[in-house]
Design a protein around this ligand. Structure first.
Ligand code: ARG
Ligand code: ASP
Length: 711
């Protein structure tokens, strides 16, 4: 890594802090941000956003399905989230006769809404600071296991105590890497029904091609409704349940937003790591991510080749392509962003500051060696992280190997295994097999396997390889034999085995070449990798906690924001475009015009719905048009978001809904590690486009009538 000039270092003092846009704030502490938010243009108060004394915006926000955010937009429990968040539930209700994914779905009355078993939404009712109780009697130099035991014991006692006074679900989570603890009182509703979704041509317009990319034109929304018992309490699905009446629902603005307008996002960001030391960022951005990107890129190339040849294969591999491609594209952006920003060097400069500060007083002795210890740990971790990466991204990516892993238990049964246990395994495996083979295409898997195993062999030294790799003389020959001999390439063979399974088949199953490869990968990981990763990761967590404490001591005036941990947060910034490169400026919004420009009937991701085209041609936008006369589709803002923020409301200065967050621009995906307000942008679908689709496209105006629209 290059060293930086002194002037650059001086310019960067405390470079990671106090930038507008950065930070995922705890709602109950928002009064500390209120002044800044109001200076940026906000016209409401922190109490309007989070209060336990009266209704506030928080009463309209939910954790949706355990992984996304949703918001309530009517007094009848109507909920908005992203199309990609509701996708699984839409898919489960879809069949050849009712293909809601392709055609969309609109319940024209409440009787037509579709129950979604397994889907829940969670409301945060209250949070409390319990740091002092959780950390009582804990000292900084206490051995780690002793500390953890005490923390666990305190948490258990506090929860037991609070549970006596409430019916809410009680949990306690660490913030600031274990320097603070907050108690959360949650209410979980499990009767949630699908109300509507646009066709995928709208809800997923641009597909994987446009994923993480600006300009964007995705109508990424779906509609659900939360139901409760007659008293408004959570209840399992019943025809007698009634729409849930929230303490507060979001008002919707039809005014749109101008560049520079204040905006905030209220939702459930999953995970960020803003306080990692430079060595960790370097390892992630410059070693692990590039390897993962390279391997996945090669896999995707093979997928693409076959997908282009055959429409059936395109559909079979669409979902695999999407999930491999999501990380692939994101991590490419992370590496590029970190290096472009000189993120590692800037962190190093900051760490020198920190060291100098620690050296100034004896009482700061516990901070002096932190960076040395981090460095040692990450150096030690490196070969194991690499081993893990290759095992997961090269070994386990071979589909028959991964699938064979599910048969390990069955391959180990003996005559002492109870028959009902075996029957249960067989039932489950039959279901998995059906799903697996529906989307399996052997020529892809063969080619992927040969490519991945040669990469694996090239990259990993002999003592960091699973045993089977060291026996390979010629990769193509090996893969050829594995695929010819394994039963897992052949659905009929697997079905025959499952239909007529006898205990004495177990041995043959255990010797299947794909299953042997699986066992070799897992065995290697268990014996040679896992313990090291676990011990070093735990020690790094301890160092991170102390480092965080030190940073807060070094800058007592600064407002720190805790890393995301899947709890409710407020993040704020401005509606704005950005300059991705010298000589380029991205506009902050897109319009329906852009959908027509992207239209290509031959490319799946860019097929435009005829009805949408018709509305475009007649410019029938009604009150949903912007004052410039066009139909705005999506917009960017400098608001700090991450995975889990999908579906989150983005709100204006008055706390009214402007849109639904659904993605970020890939130039700024490093924001999970370092937030730079110059290039980190979140992407939202404009609420006016959502309403236009509901009203004009789908003719579901009855849903709009439930909402509170501010014109
Ligand atoms: N990149 C977005 C988020 O993580 C959206 C992913 C879904 N959309 C897609 N086209 N794959 O995770
Ligand atoms: N697309 C992400 C999500 O699904 C959001 C993001 O990572 O910006 O939560």
């Amino acid at each position: 890594m290059k060293r930086l000039s002194l002037s650059l270092v001086l310019f960067m003092l405390f470079p990671f802090f106090a930038k507008a846009g950065e930070g995922m704030w705890i709602p109950m502490l928002l009064q500390y941000n209120e002044k800044e938010m109001q200076e940026m243009g906000m016209r409401i108060t922190a109490e309007d956003i989070y209060s336990i004394n009266h209704s506030s915006l928080k009463d309209a926000i939910v954790l949706f399905g355990g992984g996304c955010t949703g918001e309530i937009v009517s007094d009848y429990g109507l909920l908005l989230t992203n199309h990609h968040c509701g996708y699984d539930y839409i898919q489960r209700h879809s069949s050849v006769e009712h293909d809601y994914l392709t055609n969309g779905f609109w319940a024209m009355n409440r009787g037509e809404e579709l129950p979604c078993p397994g889907l829940s939404v969670i409301f945060l009712r209250e949070m409390r600071d319990v740091t002092d109780q959780v950390l009582a009697d804990i000292t900084i130099d206490m051995p780690e296991d002793e500390r953890q035991a005490k923390v666990d014991e305190h948490i258990k006692a506090i929860i037991a105590d609070v549970e006596k006074e409430t019916n809410y679900k009680v949990s306690i989570k660490p913030y600031f890497l274990g320097n603070e603890y907050y108690l959360l009182l949650n209410e979980v509703y499990t009767d949630v029904r699908l109300v509507g979704c646009p066709p995928s041509n709208i809800g997923k317009f641009g597909g994987d091609t446009d994923n993480w990319v600006w300009p964007r034109h995705t109508g990424d929304f779906s509609i659900f409704r939360v139901y409760a018992d007659k008293d408004g309490h959570p209840a399992v699905y019943s025809e007698d349940n009634v729409p849930y009446k929230p303490a507060k629902h979001l008002d919707i603005s039809l005014k749109g937003a101008e560049e520079g307008d204040f905006a905030f996002v209220f939702g459930y960001p999953a995970r960020t790591n803003e306080y990692l030391p430079s060595v960790a960022v370097d390892q992630e951005a410059n070693l692990i991510d590039p390897i993962t990107v390279d391997l996945r890129g090669k896999v995707l190339d093979i997928y693409n080749k076959y997908q282009e040849q055959d429409p059936k294969v395109r559909i079979q591999y669409a979902s695999k392509h999407a999930s491999i491609g999501n990380g692939w594209k994101k991590w490419m952006g992370v590496t590029e962003g970190i290096n472009h920003f000189h993120g590692v060097e800037k962190k190093e400069a900051y760490e020198h500051e920190f060291f100098d500060w620690a050296m100034q007083s004896r009482s700061r002795y516990m901070y002096v060696n932190l960076m040395k210890d981090f460095k040692k740990n990450y150096e030690e971790l490196e070969p194991y992280e690499l081993a893990y990466t290759y095992m997961a991204e090269a070994g386990m990516r071979i589909e028959i190997v991964n699938f064979a892993g599910r048969f390990v238990k069955l391959s180990e049964v003996t005559k002492d295994t109870p028959q009902d246990e075996i029957d249960m395994m067989i039932t489950n495996l039959k279901a998995s097999a059906e799903k697996f083979y529906k989307d399996y295409y052997e020529p892809i898997d063969r080619e992927v396997a040969a490519m991945l195993l040669s990469e694996y062999l090239k990259a990993q030294p002999a003592d960091f390889r699973p045993a089977f790799l060291n026996d390979i003389k010629d990769v193509n020959d090996y893969v050829g034999k594995m695929f010819d001999k394994s039963m897992f390439t052949d659905q009929a063979k697997v079905n025959t085995l499952l239909d007529n399974f006898k205990v004495n088949n177990a041995k043959k199953l255990a010797n299947d070449p794909a299953l042997l490869v699986y066992q070799s990968l897992i065995g290697f990981y268990r014996e040679k990798v896992y313990d090291h990763i676990k011990a070093l990761t735990e020690d790094n967590a301890r160092l991170q906690r102390i480092y965080m404490k030190g940073q807060m001591e070094m800058q007592p005036e600064k407002r720190f924001s805790p890393d995301a941990n899947f709890t409710l947060r407020v993040t704020y910034g401005k509606v704005e475009g950005f300059r991705p490169k010298d000589g380029m400026k991205y506009n902050h919004f897109t319009t329906l015009e852009g959908i027509m420009q992207k239209e290509n009937p031959d490319i799946y991701d860019y097929v435009v719905e005829p009805r949408l085209k018709q509305l475009y041609n007649t410019k029938d936008y009604g009150r949903y048009a912007d004052k410039d006369g066009t139909m705005h589709v999506a917009f960017t803002a400098s608001v700090h978001t991450t995975g889990g923020n999908s579906g989150s409301p983005i709100l204006n200065a008055d706390g009214q809904l402007l849109g639904l967050n659904f993605d970020r621009c890939w130039e700024g995906t490093m924001s999970d590690l370092i937030y730079d307000p110059d290039i980190c942008r979140n992407i939202s679908v404009d609420i006016r486009y959502v309403l236009f689709i509901i009203d004009k496209f789908a003719g579901a105006g009855h849903l709009i009538n439930e909402m509170t629209i501010v014109e």
